[in-house]
Design a protein around this ligand. Structure first.
Ligand code: SF4
Length: 257
């Protein structure tokens, strides 16, 4: 089992939400957020539990989240992932969301995920341009783009797809995001897209995206897709977190690491 960390909030837009973070990744993104903090950058409190899958499941049952996200580094590298999903789906009544870099979503594996009980797959496209993707991640984006097609083919009301893409000037610009939107629209314009502005990481020399970049990216994507949403800029999140509207995150960690 590659789960190394759980974070939880009681009120994220009215929902209880838990995130299970998995170790290991097959990409080497230059601006990986995990380089900033591999735990929860927003956590305000810590709890420690016995670190077995049963112990984590018991904790999840106690917290009773509406949504459980499987993310962190790359969950699909965990050989136990299908079994983990099956157990969560059987023992808890939650919407299960898999967040992946999309590199391992063959048609066969996509069907296994669906059968196991995943309700939603979020595929993160780091860059639509092939060369820039290789530069940024050291991997081709061919499998990622095929992964989008494979999930879209078996998508239904209980197994949804969302394509998340990074907004990072010089790597995935608003024009690249528009090209990705065109690619997705050719599969199905009702597939939803989420634009995630890059969070600056110390020692990494990219220009942080600004409001104009975000507005440009969203408007370009909206020309081709019905549903486009976005995350606020990191500078905006910091301001939101100073208001009473902020969600309080609790980290759950191994008692004996
Ligand atoms: S795919 Fe995600 S976890 Fe892996 S290196 Fe890239 S940003 Fe980091």
């Amino acid at each position: 089992m590659n789960i190394y960390h759980v974070s939880y909030t009681e009120k994220f837009a009215g929902e209880r939400m838990a995130m299970l973070s998995f170790r290991n990744c097959n990409f080497y993104c230059i601006g990986c957020i995990r380089g900033k903090d591999e735990y929860d950058i927003y956590a305000e409190e810590r709890r420690y539990i016995d670190w077995t899958f049963d112990g984590i499941l018991r904790e999840l049952a106690r917290l009773d989240p509406h949504r459980i996200y499987l993310g962190g580094y790359e969950p699909t590298l965990d050989p136990d992932l299908i079994e983990i999903i099956r157990e969560i789906a059987t023992r808890l009544d939650a919407h299960i969301v898999l967040m992946t870099n999309g590199s391992r979503l063959s048609r066969e594996y996509a069907e296994e995920l669906k059968r196991a009980g995943v309700n939603e797959v979020i595929i993160g496209v780091k860059a639509f341009d092939r060369e820039k993707h290789i530069y940024y991640t050291r991997r081709s984006n061919e499998d990622v783009l095929n992964g989008i097609k494979n999930i879209a083919e078996i998508e239904d009301a209980y197994f949804r797809l969302q394509v998340e893409t990074l907004l990072l000037p010089g790597i995935n610009d608003p024009s690249d995001i528009e090209n990705l939107a065109i690619f997705i629209a050719q599969i199905d314009p009702s597939i939803s897209m989420f634009i995630e502005p890059w969070i600056p990481v110390p020692g990494v020399e990219f220009r942080a995206p600004g409001k104009e970049d975000l507005i440009d990216a969203v408007s370009r994507a909206m020309k081709h897709l019905y549903v486009v949403s976005y995350h606020p800029l990191y500078s905006e999140i910091k301001k939101i977190r100073e208001t009473p509207r902020r969600a309080k995150f609790v980290e759950i960690l191994p008692r004996n690491p």
